[in-house]
Design a protein around this ligand. Structure first.
Ligand code: FUB
Length: 469
């Protein structure tokens, strides 16, 4: 909870009031710019909140999606970017959630805001909060169901439903259809089986809304977002109506609809702005127009005049795992990394050190120095694991602070270094680390009163694994 609170404070500080712009909502030129996608728009207490997934700036696939962002507006012109507001891999209580944080959705019921998010693509976790922007705590101890692209709708009578499609999920009916199920009042348990709602196959991005007593179901089919209508929330089957929105430029589409101040809007993302790509998307919205019979005129996408359509930029694929030559799995399955095989550093000297069969390590380490190591894979479970270092020093009072992704990033562990009996007397010191999973750039930040605190030869960690249910 402390970490969650810290981040709320941090992002409140960073929340940025953006200018009067519409499409895309976030621009590369904005302070605190992020690639955001899969917009799940909601209206809560007269304001618009968009719960988005988050593409990394170097993304080359969807696997690096790992946290979620909230955008907020009270007029659809001025937007607040709340930044990363839910990070299940780091926030305490979400240990069940792993990776591939695809499209989320949010809903309100009985004083709680619920944020449904997938991990490992199809396992559905839930965060809850008393406010639309957090702080968030987990509402479940494990993913409560499996469905692709979960979306939740609360009907006028308070009954909630969860929807999605059964692509990659076996719900007993082969295919990839719009599926729906009742939720219990607690919002985190199914109240009955998943049922099939569309005759047609869909690819992804199911969304549900209600207007004038009619239920609308939309989903991407091939390149285009199509829609269906029905007079009940779990119809067999909803009436297929045709195109709702064209393909999203440079990226498969994902949409959601809201009514705000008597106007309906469709939110979507595109990959051809902000020097984006299929995996670096930006959220936009446009007006929806309904015909007399309730059918919808296909959406026309717009961009602000000053927005350049940029050529998608696909960076080279990054290595998934650390494969530096000096990494050695030892007998227990931990991975050892020579300290001098670093990515970046500040203030550090690589020097000759004879430890086992290795002949180099880090020396002249002083307060404020650091080294970083890219792509350190901690495995896919948040279980506790040991992290060890091999150090030598005649001095007391040093510390190695382990941070993620930045020299000032989240602290995940600290090792206190006291005298090992001399500069050539290497000893193994260790700490236990909880709650990290996936690949991160690890920063070892060195602290202490003295200059020349200790020598560091290697560090090792134990990647943790979790069995899928
Ligand atoms: O963001 C990852 C995936 O892209 C979503 O799950 C799909 O709906 C598509 O938008």
């Amino acid at each position: 909870m402390k970490k969650i609170k810290n981040r709320v404070i941090l992002f409140s500080l960073f929340a940025v009031q953006l200018g009067f712009s519409q499409n895309p909502i976030l621009r590369e030129s904005d302070a605190n710019f992020l690639y955001v996608c899969d917009p799940a728009a909601e209206v809560f207490n007269g304001k618009v909140y968009v719960y988005c997934s988050h593409d990394q700036p170097d993304a080359v696939d969807y696997e690096s999606m790992k946290d979620y962002v909230i955008l907020e507006s009270s007029d659809m012109k001025t937007w607040i970017n709340h930044g990363v507001s839910l990070d299940p891999q780091l926030d305490k209580g979400f240990e069940y959630a792993q990776s591939n944080m695809n499209a989320p959705d949010a809903a309100y019921k009985d004083g709680w805001y619920y944020w449904y998010f997938p991990s490992d693509i199809t396992y559905v976790g839930v965060a809850k909060s008393r406010t639309p922007t957090g702080p968030w705590e987990s509402a479940v101890t494990n993913e409560f169901t499996t469905i692709f692209d979960p979306t939740v709708f609360v009907d006028d009578d308070g009954q909630a439903y969860i929807y999605g499609n059964d692509h990659w999920v076996d719900l007993g009916d082969e295919g990839s259809h719009i599926m729906g199920a009742k939720l219990k009042d607690n919002m985190v348990e199914l109240d009955g089986p998943w049922v099939r709602l569309s005759e047609e196959n869909v690819n992804e991005a199911v969304h549900v809304f209600k207007r004038e007593g009619l239920y609308y179901f939309s989903a991407r089919v091939g390149g285009v977002t199509k829609y269906w209508m029905a007079d009940s929330p779990l119809p067999k089957y909803a009436d297929f109506k045709g195109d709702l929105a064209p393909n999203s430029p440079e990226s498969p589409n994902h949409t959601s609809a809201i009514e705000f101040n008597d106007q309906w809007y469709l939110f979507y993302h595109r990959g051809d702005v902000n020097h984006g790509s299929r995996y670096k998307r930006s959220v936009c919205f446009d007006k929806m127009n309904f015909r007399e019979d309730g059918t919808i005129e296909p959406i026309v996408y717009t961009l602000d005049d000053d927005v350049e359509i940029t050529k998608p930029n696909y960076p080279p694929r990054k290595r998934k795992k650390t494969v530096a030559k000096d990494i050695e799995p030892n007998k227990e399955g931990s991975i050892r990394h020579q300290a001098q095989d670093l990515s970046e550093q500040s203030g550090i000297k690589v020097e000759d050190q004879k430890v086992g069969d290795k002949s180099q390590g880090l020396g002249e380490i002083s307060n404020g120095d650091w080294t970083s190591y890219a792509d350190i894979d901690f495995g896919n479970s948040a279980d506790s694991f040991p992290f060890r270092v091999s150090v030598a020093t005649p001095k007391d009072g040093g510390r190695i602070v382990l941070r993620l992704n930045d020299p000032n990033g989240t602290i995940v562990g600290t090792i206190t270094v006291s005298s090992t009996g001399g500069w050539e007397n290497y000893k193994t010191l260790s700490t236990n680390i909880n709650g990290i999973r996936g690949s991160h750039t690890l920063y070892l930040c060195y602290e202490g009163e003295a200059e020349n605190l200790f020598n560091l030869n290697w560090f090792e960690w134990m990647p943790t694994t979790r069995k899928k249910k």
